[in-house]
Design a protein. Sequence first.
Length: 316
Amino acid sequence: MSAYLHAFGAHLPARVVANAELAERAGKTSEWIESVSGIQERRWAATETTVADMGFAAAEDCLRKAGVSANTLGMLIVASGSGSHGFPGPAAEIAARLGMDSAPALDLPMASAGSLFGLALAMRLAGTQGDVLVVAAEKMSAVIAAEPLDPNTAILFGDGAGAALVSVRPGRWRMLDAALHTDGQYRADLAFEGTGPLRMNGLTVILQAARKIPSSITEVLGRQGISAQQVAVFLLHQANLNLLTRVAKSLGVNPDKVFANVQRYGNTSSASMLIAASEWSETNPEPGPIVFSAFGAGFHWGALVARSEDVADSGT
């Protein structure tokens, strides 16, 4: 039984934090920040705003675009590596605020790759659970806020949330295949213990991501008999612009095929891929295969491929 992507949603805080605001605190220049990351600005949430607040806003945006009521959902999956509670995670709160009654709400405490794993799970569970709403929300500004700012991490991250609706009802994009992987031997190279600063071995992370993202994309495309050149768009975790460019080069495709908004929003961890998908879906995109891919702490990584469908009303 096929599953389909019906709509995406997003929420971004109003506060814009340009490089100039961080440069002096991080002991760097605005130009240096942009040169190493491609990032010009990011959004930071207000102190009182929670991961659940942002996730709820993105969920409502997605459901509105899909024309679906929350009380008809069969399941909610919420990915976040920066939730404010050990347990319960944000899924229970978001489900209650949506009015989902007793439908299951699952937390995926995964940074960066959480939304990808959520989509892959939803693709497999929609046949038995009904419509599945996947949400990813991150408040990374709280994670990197400790003074003095670490210039290797503080310059990268922003806040936000994204969402996607998956259903077995025919929709805009038919989900074809997914490949998911984990290599725990690198788990200490990108970690947050809940208190204290984010810990990241930048060299290891970038080297592993630059290899594993193209490899997983090639894996799923190969199984479906699709070449990278046939893909309409690559919707990747927005880690930094340099990584996106390296992935395009590895795949042998024009960098323009890799959607990028990291310049304006920074790295919003697990939310970034769905925020990118939401923006891209509003651009009247050309039909064709689309590829999602992410890499993050754990290390977890993978890819998912879908294909646009000719559906008159994809929202219902």
